[in-house]
Design a protein around this ligand. Structure first.
Ligand code: ADP
Length: 352
């Protein structure tokens, strides 16, 4: 267990590409932090700076009170799990898991105990004599985690560990990682481009875009009170609907609809009277019944819910209804917005 302080971290690669700008984060003992954002936003670079696989261009990295900014990876006591499991094909699962401990010339007996304990935690006890190619993708991923666990590192780093697995296995392995986190009480940093993984795994999420941290908070904070348009559009699936609207006489108005504001919303939008702002509405916050008419063009049944895509006059809109619906292209459905988000059009920041 360990705490980390990432202070004003910058990364500028040799070709002068700046991948990370002024990254700041304090990570508590035993916390599971997920770095999330689209490809190229600087997540892996940040993780690799923590691991020591990339030099830190500016800023400081402190682990358990010790400045490790310039320390080589092997001295940082960190274990990294990658998406390509990087197992040794000619070794058994046991040998794979014992490998780093053997390198360190640890006592054979202790190595044996550590491997058995990790195998037990990961449900790999019956697989120890097999070779990696006799295991499924999910099992191989667990071996990769096992190799990290036996080392009892201060910090576990995960770089998109599930992206090679099919959807069903991804869900199952995700739950295993959560369980593992609970059992080990370990500090973990997990990188993914998948907002579902971020929402389901994280104690706190760090959402990034183009090298900048956009918001840090619990999954609920990012979902319920996104700091800006980027986070609002990135967290949540299907994504939030956005409309340019004008604030007018207690309503927000566009060419497709006029929607009444609550007293609280009026208060928040006081300074925006007669101005254009962005209205954000999550598909699951759109309910059947109301004065906004949607011309349906598709209906997707997901079992418990239905996605209904259509046009509110000139605006494309996606609604997520809570029951099985059978709208057809050409139908109309009247809806209203149960919860609204507002954003400043110039700064892109949330209006609270
Ligand atoms: P992510 O993990 O979010 O997909 P990365 O951290 O891998 O993003 O990359 C962030 C940015 O840094 C991208 O623009 C990428 O092209 C650039 N980059 C990554 N690695 C290198 C490198 N070794 N040299 C130069 N630029 C790099």
């Amino acid at each position: 267990m360990s705490n980390l302080k990432l202070q004003h971290l910058d990364k500028i690669y040799d070709n002068n590409v700046q991948a990370v700008y002024d990254f700041n984060l304090d990570i508590d003992d035993g916390e599971l932090i997920v770095l999330v954002g689209p490809s190229g936003c600087g997540k892996s670079t940040t993780l690799r700076m923590v691991a020591g696989l990339e030099d830190i261009s500016a800023g400081k990295l402190i682990i358990d009170g010790k400045d490790v900014t310039s320390m080589p990876p092997k001295d940082r006591d960190i274990a990294m799990v990658f998406q390509n499991y990087a197992l040794y094909g000619h070794m058994t699962i046991y040998e794979n898991m014992a490998f780093s401990l053997n390198l360190r010339k640890e006592n054979k007996n202790e190595i044996h105990q550590k491997v058995l304990a990790a195998a037990e935690i990961l449900g790999l006890t019956d697989q120890l004599n097999k070779k990696p190619n006799q295991l499924s993708g999910g099992q191989r991923q667990r071996v990769a985690m096992g190799r990290a666990i036996v080392r009892k590192p201060k910090v576990f780093l995960f770089d998109e560990p599930l992206s090679n697995l099919d959807a069903k296995l991804r869900g199952a392995t995700r739950r295993e990682i959560l369980l593992l986190h609970k059992r080990l009480n370990a500090t973990m940093i997990y990188v993914t481009h998948d907002q579902t993984e971020a929402l389901t795994l994280a104690d706190r999420i760090v959402c990034m875009s183009m090298g900048y941290v956009q918001q840090i908070g619990t999954p609920l904070e990012l979902y319920d009170t996104p700091a800006n348009l980027f986070v609002a559009g990135f967290i949540g699936l299907p994504p939030m609907n956005f409309f340019d609207v004008e604030v007018k006489n207690g309503q927000v108005v566009c060419d497709s609809f006029a929607v009444d504001l609550t007293a609280e919303e009026k208060q928040a939008l006081k300074a925006y009277e007669n101005k254009t702002i962005v209205l954000g509405v999550r598909p699951e916050n759109i309910v059947e019944g109301g004065n906004i008419t949607v011309d349906v063009f598709s209906n997707e049944n997901l079992g418990q819910t239905t996605l209904v895509n259509g046009m509110a006059k000139n605006h494309k809109i996606t609604c997520k209804f809570r029951e099985w619906c059978n709208y057809k292209a050409g139908d109309t459905v009247n809806v209203s917005f149960a919860r609204k988000h507002f954003f400043d059009k110039e700064t892109n920041n949330a209006i609270r």
